[in-house]
Design a protein around this ligand. Structure first.
Ligand code: HEC
Ligand code: HEC
Length: 460
């Protein structure tokens, strides 16, 4: 008898130790326990969720969490993000799994740990909620109080990393030959006889500046995404003695913009001073970009947009910039400009296409360029074409061209320095000077630029 009892006690003890807990207490943690242990920490975390792999701002997994936990579940359910029959198929889980599909293997890897943790936490909690009849039946509050991002989808699309990279490729990467050969190591071809001098020049950087500094001058990498990645990393290294490459606090003070718009450092006692990365900035490459030209405009447009994206400053569709500029090789030139144009005044050209159906010029321009008058009082500018943004585009640039045909060229004079205050602006009626019709083929070389004579411009 004693033996029996002790044997039973022993067995019971073993059972208690192994699965015993489930015999006595609730077999599974409750939805609330799971929420507190695994979902609430995601909500309270200072770190961004795995969504940042593709969404630089505007949306975060936290937006879908709204303690108390019943309210969170009811609101996800009301939005169709929960599958009550097959909890594992819930749409919120699919959103978390988006990162698995990324073609960017590195980004996928970087966020893998966070993504897995989020997935497991939500999967376990949703599973438990779906077994809880009270929760399943609970109605959601008014839709304004739902747990969801409070930003419109169009803004969410605009702040996606892939859109930001595509825009970087169009606005900045496409202009890299202006920094040739000094910052474009991958554009140098040792088999090209014309590249021998430039190669020598770049090879000398290591001797002139030291290996580490020369390395830093390799600003443009092999691809647009690699270049952007490198610039972002460089900009995160805090430096006391200079502006960051990309300045998200104050985009016009990005070194990538300040350097090429600055002159050579001054000469002192017959020798050139060291270039400076703070005010007054100077550049050993000299003046490579004017504050007026189309590359500058495209650089600053991208930098300002990027700063707003990463700071999460866009809330509504109205605040979004157009971001529809595509580089081309079409050059427009105005010679013998009207006498009344002040020296070195900034001129903007906008090109409109003929609308066959309505027999009129399209209101929105299809291309633009701008520049200041050269000392010889000539205006030269390369066109950026304005195209509807294609969501599915990737950063690879195809060459953009205008078909031959009839176009209207409108000329605007920035005598009020409007572009100083708003470098990305398109000038309007106030600054309009004159227009002319142009017809024929568009060429791709400077030599065969589309030429117009000042006297061709008519007030209407
Ligand atoms: C691998 C990249 C990637 C990841 C990671 C990602 N998304 Fe997205 N997301 C996209 C893309 C691409 C779109 C645009 C879909 C389209 O254009 O149809 C999008 C769009 C959205 C939208 C807008 C609505 C819509 O359907 O267009 C929301 C909301 C959203 N994602 C939420 C999230 C949340 C929340 C996370 C994290 C849990 C996340 N996404 C993670 C790529 C991603
Ligand atoms: C003829 C050669 C040359 C060209 C062309 C040139 N640069 Fe430079 N750049 C230099 C040299 C040399 C330095 C290093 C000394 C200095 O800081 O000015 C430099 C430095 C820089 C730096 C600072 C890098 C650092 O880490 O300190 C930036 C940014 C820069 N250039 C941007 C540009 C951009 C953008 C263009 C094209 C629009 C351009 N440069 C065109 C020669 C050139």
């Amino acid at each position: 008898m004693f033996l029996m009892f002790s044997k039973m006690a022993f067995l019971a003890a073993v059972l208690l130790l192994t699965s015993g807990y489930s015999l006595l207490a609730n077999p599974q943690p409750t939805p609330l326990q799971l929420f507190d242990a695994r979902i609430r920490p995601i909500f309270q975390s200072e770190d961004p969720s795995s969504c940042i792999q593709c969404h630089l701002s505007s949306v975060d997994l936290k937006d879908y969490i709204l303690p108390p936990h019943q309210q969170t579940f009811a609101s996800l359910k009301a939005q169709g993000l929960i599958d009550l029959i097959n909890p594992a198929e819930s749409k919120i889980l699919q959103l978390i799994q988006m990162g698995e599909k990324d073609r960017d293997q590195l980004a996928k890897l970087i966020h893998e740990k966070t993504r897995k943790a989020e997935y497991q936490a939500f999967a376990a909690w949703i599973e438990a909620c779906c077994q809880d009849e009270t929760l399943v039946q609970m109605p959601a509050s008014e839709s304004e109080a739902w747990a969801k991002p409070d930003i419109p989808d169009v803004v969410i699309h605009h702040t996606r990393k892939s859109r930001v990279i595509d825009s970087f490729a169009r606005n900045i990467w496409s202009q890299r030959m202006r920094c040739f050969p000094c910052h474009t190591p991958y554009e140098l071809d040792s088999n090209n006889p014309k590249h021998q001098q430039p190669l020598k020049k770049v090879d000398n950087f290591a001797k002139q500046y030291g290996q580490a500094h020369a390395q830093r001058l390799r600003l443009f990498k092999q691809t647009a995404p690699e270049t952007l990645q490198y610039w972002i990393e460089r900009s995160q290294q805090v430096s006391e003695d200079g502006y960051p490459l990309i300045n998200i606090q104050h985009p016009p003070h990005s070194l990538i913009l300040l350097k090429p718009t600055s002159k050579l450092p001054p000469m002192v006692n017959g020798s050139r001073q060291k270039a400076s990365n703070t005010d007054p900035v100077s550049h050993m490459g000299g003046l490579k970009m004017h504050r007026d030209d189309p590359s500058y405009k495209a650089f600053i447009a991208w930098l300002e947009d990027y700063a707003k994206v990463v700071a999460g400053r866009y809330q509504s569709v109205q605040e979004l910039p157009q971001d529809n500029w595509y580089p081309s090789k079409h050059v427009v030139m105005i010679e013998d400009v009207p006498k009344e144009w002040p020296n070195s005044v900034r001129v903007q050209l906008q090109i409109h296409v003929w609308n066959q159906q309505r027999s009129t010029w399209q209101v929105e321009p299809i291309a633009f360029t701008q520049n200041s008058l050269t000392p010889k009082r000539r205006l030269v500018g390369t066109l950026f074409l304005m195209r509807p943004v294609d969501e599915t585009r990737v950063w690879q640039l195809s060459e953009e061209t205008l078909p031959p045909g009839k176009y209207l060229l409108k000329v605007y004079i920035d005598s009020e320095q409007h572009l100083d205050r708003q470098p990305t602006a398109m000038l309007t009626t106030r600054s309009f000077y004159g227009q002319t019709i142009i017809e024929g083929e568009w060429t791709k070389t400077f030599k065969q630029a589309r030429k117009i004579i000042g006297s061709q411009l008519k007030r209407e």
